[in-house]
Design a protein around this ligand. Sequence first.
Ligand code: BGC
Length: 759
Amino acid sequence: MRDPLPPTNDPDWVLDAPGFDVFREHGIESRFAIGNGFLGVRASRTVGRGPTWTTWQHSLIWASWPRTYVAGLFDTPNTEPPVPALVPVADWLRVVIQLDGQTLLLRRGETQSHERKLDMKRGLLWVNWKQRTPAGIVVQVRTLRLVSQAERALGLLFLSLELDHDGVEVMLEASFESAGVGMRAMRVEEELGVWHTSESGKGLAMAGSAVLTLEDYVRTPSAVGPLRREWRWRSVAGQAASLERLLAAARTDTPEEDPAPLATAMLRRAKAVGGGAVLAAHTAAWATRWQLSDVAIEGDKELDRGLRFAIYHLNSAANPEDPRVSIGARGLTGDAYLGHVFWDTDIYLLPFYIATWPEAARSLLMYRYHTLAGARAKARRGGWRGALFAWESADTGEETTPDQVIGPFGLPVDVLSGKQEQHIASDVAYAVWQYWRATGDVAFLLEAGAEILLETARFWASRAKLEADGRRHIRGVIGPDEYHEGVDDNAYTNILARWNIARALELVGMLRLRWPTRWHELGAQLGLDAPELALWAEVVATLVTGQDSATGLIEQFAGFHQLAPIDLSQPEYASRKMPMDVVLGHDATQRTQVVKQADVVALLALVPEEFDATTRQLNYSHYERLCSHGSSLSRSMHALVGARVGAAELALRYLKETAALDLSPNAADSAGGVHIAALGGLWQAVVFGFCGLSLGGDKLALAPALPADWQSATLRVCWHGRRVKLRITGGGRDVEATLEAGEAMSLVVHGVERMLQPA
Ligand code: BGC
């Protein structure tokens, strides 16, 4: 198994990180992370690093932040405030090498070359490292790793080691580094470790094997211990030693379940077929993913690459097989946001999955369905009815937003979004509806989707209060623009709440007509009666929207237009290094029209049909000027809407800035993980923006307008069980559509309907 698979040389599919720079290292480890929606592994090097433990860091910096995550493995650590976080699991990739008793470390001796390559096409990470030790021995270590897209429990590492000297005493140890794992070890055996979380009742099993081959002979370990094997031999110059490590992991969610049998059975199967077969199944599964989801842009290499990177991470983040987990704000690529799930998933990520991987989309929505009990409890606590999903959600659906965090000046800052950022209720409903419209998945709608739509509508109907002016108001919220807290009648919140209730009423009509038995059951189960439905209709008719009917301008929230205007192009703001709320301070920010991120603009993106073209244009240009893009989510929405309203140049700039977020050389912010919502937003800005695709209508439709430099854009979408390939040329005028799977269907291009027949 000397070189099981050489790195591909296709630059379109490979990200390269030559050299080693500790200040960029944490970002690279996130960016080059591998994942399959169950396991996520940062791209920390396997060999040549010293130990890591959890400690106060003071003024030093960890040279590496090795992390393997298991989706859904949450526990509440000893933080203040105590909120659940993803528990990092034992590092199954660690290999220690000693040469004549000296540990091989990157910091010791001279690094002759160090390179990491991420093959986005096959979901593989290579590291090739050549080091001259202080003793003058030149060592070459090459590794290849994956977590399987075909069998999510599995991970695989190939390592090859070559020395230029004869007679060096080599010791190679493959172990699981588990310092800093905040779990109780229940069993640690030669090939199996089982841990339990302290609070949440979860179990984790990691079964691992390691085989060393020298000169085509499998070598017996010189020592074995718990999750540890060690080999010793004398080197022959130019002779390669090869290590193959397999991992099988399993998570259980209750104390009664034992994850060990699952992991050991999986490991046994993987050992029986061998690493080569695991690798082959994995690359075949990735080929399928790309076949369904690739988007190619001719005419802008950099953007094309940025988009591939986005699609790579989106495909790495989801797990269609586990409806109990979702995707956190940084996927499984870093610690930031503790693995918590935000509206990012429903609004920024779901569209990608709906269009390219409906099974994953369904699973993500089933996760929300399974958290309905928590959402109901949260609504009840606030004195309302129905379901209000957690702003930050972990495994149970309980609200997990910390009440306070440490702010930029080292002092605690109140976080109100867990209480006030209630638009999450309609964000989830929105995702459910989009999925239903694009797939026609009746089973999902009847089993889960309907209940989410009805319960969120019910929440809004109880939340909006009738006031003396004869209108209903929603007071005391935070909109997507988190800079302004406790505001009244945030347009995004109110208009989506109205939309949510209107869709629920539409659904009731549909259920009555098409699935009356289910309607009777559900209506009875939820206690929905005619007076309540009449109230919903009244709320739709009377809810304040914030739109001025004379000018068409939408007021972001009541009183927003009266706040102090801001000119973000002023040099002192334009050259800022800090977010605007830090520049101005919390209180001044509240009194100013500065917007953190797409708010009204996000509304225009989600429900364009609620506004006419002039209104969309007017509000886009009004709010675009006020937006400081204090969140990585913001620019992609501005790109999407900009493309739709004909602000192509601006849109393209935002698109490029979004693509650079995790890819620019100084993307230091990626240290805590990739910005997966921005990556989903990038896909949307291209597909829904420039390619003008819409999935939500009765027919699949597109009205592309490509930037001048793009010769073509090619994409694939799933729609009602079909698979369609679309190639757009001529600046958007010409669309070549191929129905790759499924029955004949119509497609509307620039308003003209045509029939697609199976290819
Ligand atoms: C943004 C939110 C987002 C969260 C997680 C915040 O900074 O303002 O909109 O949901 O980050 O990505």
